[in-house]
Design a protein around this ligand. Structure first.
Ligand SMILES: *[C@@H]1O[C@H](CO)[C@@H](O)[C@H](O)[C@H]1NC(C)=O
Ligand SMILES: *[C@@H]1O[C@H](CO)[C@@H](O)[C@H](O)[C@H]1NC(C)=O
Length: 389
């Protein structure tokens, strides 16, 4: 081979190699467009002996009987007593003495909201005061956004309507409210909420006091409504009105999922009750003993609409637990549906330096918490085709 030809060959080979490298760089560069293929949810394979979820009721009750310690704490006793009544215990019935003494030794030291929860927690039928004007389509929506909101949070709801919760193809938003008519300490805003409901047709309100320890009740009432009026929803996002949801990205991810039941979000695994009396989440030893099941943070999680019915049946049979996302985790676990973590759900927010960054938000699915003006700004920026990340 002449020197000349050798040089030509080398030049051609180098050019080819450069092109290949460039191509690979464009494909894989973190500076290019973000990967359009949604990240798969980290799958937690079920043990091979477990039947396909949701499990038959007796199986769910058995799981609960084995999962919740038979301790002398109020809720543990309530649950096991309930399981005995339902025939879901494992045969060794709770001792009569334990079941009979439903008192709580340190009751006087319970924070007032927890006392109110214990006193009123058993009641689960409250009148529906306001409901959406339009029914759900028979085989939809693809995604039902069910947003827990306090009656007075008008600006939060309006920000959701004008941003990530706006009606779109396959998306329907409903807001879940307690009673707007005040109770001595809070003003009566029922006229305003009724007006809002007429104007937007997306409000569900029930006649119970909207309080943190009534969120489990709100969830139960929502399950009842959704099972009757929105049973065709493919997926449900149950979340707060102060989160930012990247709805297009979430839709893309959900569309790529297989047919099995889904329960996914920011998963807390191996959590224990908060035992610090000053905390909003305080649960005394005498109320609940044992660890929590793996659960998805209540700021926002997503689940299959096919689970609405089984959840309603199961949750309706159990004594409600004051912390709604823990209670939900327990129910999903009993139905045999594992909580699947996804790093795009950030219910504890992201690094402070990224909190105003549209690029950081474009990569997420849900983040807690954002004020209404931040939500509107982020929504505009994240969807801006000019946005360079
Ligand atoms: C039934 O419950 C008892 C009391 O908690 C426990 O000791 C036992 O291991 C359980 N048996 C089964 C089969 O789960
Ligand atoms: C929940 O609502 C009921 C009905 O309004 C009320 O009696 C109860 O005190 C509320 N629970 C809490 C923990 O505030």
């Amino acid at each position: 081979m002449s020197r000349m030809r050798y040089h030509k060959c080398l030049t051609v080979a180098l050019a080819l190699a450069t092109l290949l490298c460039l191509d690979a760089y464009i494909r894989w560069s973190p500076l290019g467009e973000p990967d359009p293929v949604p990240l798969p949810l980290a799958t937690t394979p079920a043990p091979p002996t477990t039947p396909a979820p949701p499990l038959p009721l007796h199986h769910s009750l058995q799981i609960l009987a084995n999962m919740v310690p038979r301790a002398d704490a109020y809720w543990n006793r309530q649950l096991h007593q309930r399981l005995e009544e339902l025939g879901g215990g494992n045969g060794t019935s709770a001792s009569a003495g334990t079941a009979a003494s439903l008192g709580v030794p340190d009751w006087a030291a319970y924070p007032e909201p927890l006392q109110r929860f214990v006193s009123h927690g058993a009641r689960r039928h409250y009148p529906l005061l306001l409901e959406p004007s339009r029914p759900c389509p028979p085989d939809g929506p693809f995604l039902l956004l069910a947003i827990k909101s306090a009656p007075g949070a008008f600006a939060e709801r309006q920000a959701v309507r004008q941003s990530w919760g706006q009606a779109g193809a396959g998306v329907r938003t409903v807001f879940l409210l307690g009673a707007p008519d005040g109770d001595g300490d809070t003003p009566d805003i029922s006229g305003l909420v009724a007006w809002e409901s007429r104007a937007h047709g997306d409000v569900l309100a029930w006649g119970f006091q909207d309080a943190f320890f009534n969120l489990t009740l709100k969830g139960l009432l929502f399950l009842g409504w959704a099972g009757a009026h929105c049973p065709g929803a493919r997926f449900v996002l149950l979340g707060d009105d102060d989160v930012f949801v990247n709805t297009p990205r979430l839709l893309q991810l959900l569309a790529g999922l297989g047919p099995g039941p889904v329960y996914a979000g920011h998963v807390m695994a191996g959590a224990w009750p908060v035992r610090a009396p000053g905390s909003k989440y305080y649960v005394p030893e005498s109320f609940y003993a044992g660890p929590y099941p793996a659960y998805a943070g209540g700021g926002g999680y997503v689940f299959s609409g096919a689970l609405l019915g089984p959840l309603q049946v199961l949750a309706g049979l159990l004594p409600p637990f004051p912390i709604d996302d823990v209670f939900a985790g327990l129910c999903f676990r009993a139905l045999g549906v594992a909580a699947r973590p996804h790093p795009g759900f950030r219910t504890f927010d992201i690094a402070p330096s990224d909190r105003a960054s549209p690029c950081a938000h474009r990569a997420l699915l849900l983040v807690h918490r954002r004020q209404p003006p931040e939500t509107l700004r982020l929504w505009r920026q994240v969807r801006d085709p000019q946005l360079q990340c």
